[in-house]
Ligand binder design. Structure first.
Ligand code: ASP
Length: 307
């Protein structure tokens, strides 16, 4: 498989999936592992979409696959707060009825995105936080995990680097997300993260916030962000990019405009993936890397790269 440019103007209303493994600076020696993780997630989601499954199932499956992969900052291997604990954020949205579900500051569970999906399906609230998210998860049959199971040596080392001043605090890269358009014309988006390494307990970034980190609307498209969460919240970045699609901008142009705004208006860094109502994909970042993979009815193979 070869890296290709993500400037696909293809259209035709078929299914499409794009996943990201976070904007950041993945060291050269870890890039192959990162890319393989994104390719696997896109393949799993592509299989669902090829069989006429839903965009919602596809983005959930892609993100769950990346939550299981300790190379990424989501689920197992996620970033730790300054006390060394996991507090996980995830959100998911579909674009036909604007159904959405999210959890934030969630204690360790293997698949925060599955709990966000259960919130969406319950249709009562959109976002559960902390102890309430934990209660919701238990009440809906999810088994809690633990820091002992989900915290990796690599995340402990990175936290130590941040605490000792050898690495800067802030977002880590490795957040994961997916956007999809299914064969029925429905779009969906999902995002999951451990947040920023060394964050204050209770800090919540953009990823679980509908409109900031994740958005989907069949009339326009679907979006998942990564990067400086505080900046993305202030720009309401996901919804803003979706509005540009609604106004007729192509996904690649909207993705580039979004990271330009992050940089020029906020002095911030990040990345974004978009799919529009017609299955066209756009992706951009102003960081050193953003690992991604994509598949669609019109691509004959999974495409991938670091952008
Ligand atoms: N946006 C995430 C956050 O601020 C971090 C990231 O994307 O790497 O929590």
């Amino acid at each position: 498989m070869a890296e290709i440019e993500p400037s696909w103007g293809h259209s035709g209303g078929g299914w499409a999936i794009a996943v990201h493994g976070g904007a950041g600076a993945v060291p050269h020696e870890r890039r192959a592992e990162h890319q393989a993780g994104c390719v696997k997630a896109a393949e799993i989601a592509g299989e669902i979409l090829r069989k006429k499954g839903s965009a919602l199932d596809a983005v959930q499956a892609a993100v769950a696959c990346l939550e299981d992969n300790p190379a990424f900052n989501a689920g197992t291997g996620g970033s730790l707060n300054r006390d060394g604990h996991l507090e996980l954020d995830a959100s998911i949205m579909e674009g036909s009825e604007l159904r959405a579900g999210a959890v934030c500051a969630l204690p360790p569970y293997l698949h925060p995105i599955a709990i966000a999906r259960a919130v969406l399906e319950a249709r009562r609230h959109v976002l559960y936080a902390g102890a309430g998210a934990d209660m919701f998860a238990r009440a809906n049959g999810f088994s809690p995990s633990s820091d002992a199971v989900m915290v990796t040596a690599a995340s402990r080392d990175r936290l130590a680097d941040v605490v000792d001043g050898r690495a800067s605090a802030g977002w880590a890269g490795g957040t994961v997300g997916a956007v999809a358009r299914d064969a029925h014309g429905v779009v969906a988006a999902a995002t999951s993260t451990g947040g920023t390494m060394g964050k204050d307990p209770g800090r919540v970034g953009d990823s679980p916030l509908i409109g900031a980190g994740t958005y989907a609307d069949n009339a326009a498209g679907a979006c998942s962000n990564t990067g400086d969460g505080e900046a993305a919240i202030k720009l309401v970045l996901a919804k803003t990019a979706i509005e540009w699609l609604r106004d007729g901008m192509l996904p690649q142009a909207a993705a580039e405009m979004a990271v330009r705004q992050l940089g020029e208006r906020m002095g911030a860094k990040g990345g974004i993936i978009l799919v529009d109502y017609d299955g066209r994909i756009g992706l951009a970042r102003n960081t050193e890397t953003m690992t991604w993979a994509a598949a669609s009815e019109t691509l004959d193979r999974v495409a991938f790269g670091i952008v």
